[in-house]
Design a protein around this ligand. Structure first.
Ligand SMILES: [Zn+2]
Length: 88
């Protein structure tokens, strides 16, 4: 356990830590569209190595996470996004 983790634990005992509830950004902003042709949006949902970020981390709802996944996969196929990043 790291030093930071231990510090968090002591805080937990005193009072409930406030965890910022992540809300799905596509549900909040209706104008935001999931489009496989716009890597600008999709890039938020992939790691540096090109992996899709899981829902529990990105905070998306199931419906939009599904759409994101499809969009990323499509974008990969038409070479907008990369499958992986070559690590040297
Ligand atoms: Zn949503």
């Amino acid at each position: 356990m790291s030093r930071v983790d231990r510090m968090k634990n002591t805080v937990n005992k005193k009072r409930r830590t406030y965890i910022k509830r992540k809300v799905c950004r596509f549900c909040v902003d209706k104008t935001l569209e999931i489009d496989y042709k716009s890597p600008r949006i999709l890039r938020h949902f992939i790691t540096e190595r090109g992996k899709i970020i899981p829902r529990r981390i990105s905070g998306n709802c199931a419906k939009h996470q599904r759409e994101i996944t499809t969009a990323i996969k499509r974008a990969r196929n038409i070479a907008i996004l990369s499958f992986t990043t070559v690590m040297k």
